[in-house]
Design a protein around this ligand. Structure first.
Ligand code: ZN
Length: 214
């Protein structure tokens, strides 16, 4: 037991923001690799169907794609392992894959897919280390004040949470604290706590990425 508990809020701005105010930045190597994969993919269609050139460019694309999948998986795995090692409870939002795929903003989709992969590793390591992983419903987590509970309306571009009660936080830190609080409620109520370290295959996250990247 570590005595630590953590809430994670996923975003585009950073890979995640936790309830302690720490922001894990997005890996730049992945963003670069994504560009390169997209470029390789476009090149395929410039070659004649059935030609040797097309076969070659297809091979280049497949190799790059596999490489980025592995890098992303390693990155998600390493972060998830660290988070589960240093906390007894890990809370995050229960984002639905179905909703993720409906999103048309590419950057957002890729971030969501990475997050999904990360989440699966969290559940895997939580099970392995005997920690509690709790997914909470994503309701008002960014709008609610984590200190006094009132709703403080903000648009997507508002990056800070400033409440009349005196609570001033980064928007995502406020959300992460709400996520942690919801998870604690669920645990203490013993009612809605689910997702306790099930060793789900990471393939789901990978195939989600395939759908987005291809
Ligand atoms: Zn407040």
């Amino acid at each position: 037991m570590t005595g630590n508990e953590i809430g994670l809020d996923v975003g585009i701005e950073s890979f995640y923001t936790d309830s302690n105010g720490y922001q894990e930045s997005n890996p730049k190597f992945l963003r670069k690799a994504e560009k390169s994969v997209k470029h390789a993919q476009r090149r395929i269609y410039k070659k004649k169907k059935g030609s040797l050139g097309r076969k070659k460019t297809r091979g280049i694309f497949a190799r790059k794609h596999l490489r980025i999948s592995r890098q992303r998986n390693e990155h998600a795995k390493r972060l998830a392992r660290n988070v589960c090692k240093s906390n007894d409870l890990v809370a995050y939002e229960d984002l639905q894959v179905r909703n993720l795929l409906r999103n048309h903003c590419l950057a957002k989709s890729i971030a969501d897919a990475s997050w999904y992969l990360f989440r699966q590793w969290i559940e895997y390591f939580a099970g392995k280390f005997g920690k509690l992983a709790v997914a909470v419903a994503p309701h008002y987590t960014s709008q609610k004040c984590s200190s006094c509970g009132v709703i403080v309306k903000k648009s997507l571009s508002t990056r800070t949470h400033a409440c009349s009660c005196g609570c001033n936080l980064h928007r995502d830190e406020n959300a992460a604290i709400n996520i942690l609080n919801l998870a604690k409620q669920a645990r203490d109520g013993q009612s809605r706590s689910n997702a306790v370290g099930v060793g789900i295959s990471t393939l789901v996250g990978e195939s989600l990425l395939e759908q987005i990247l291809t």
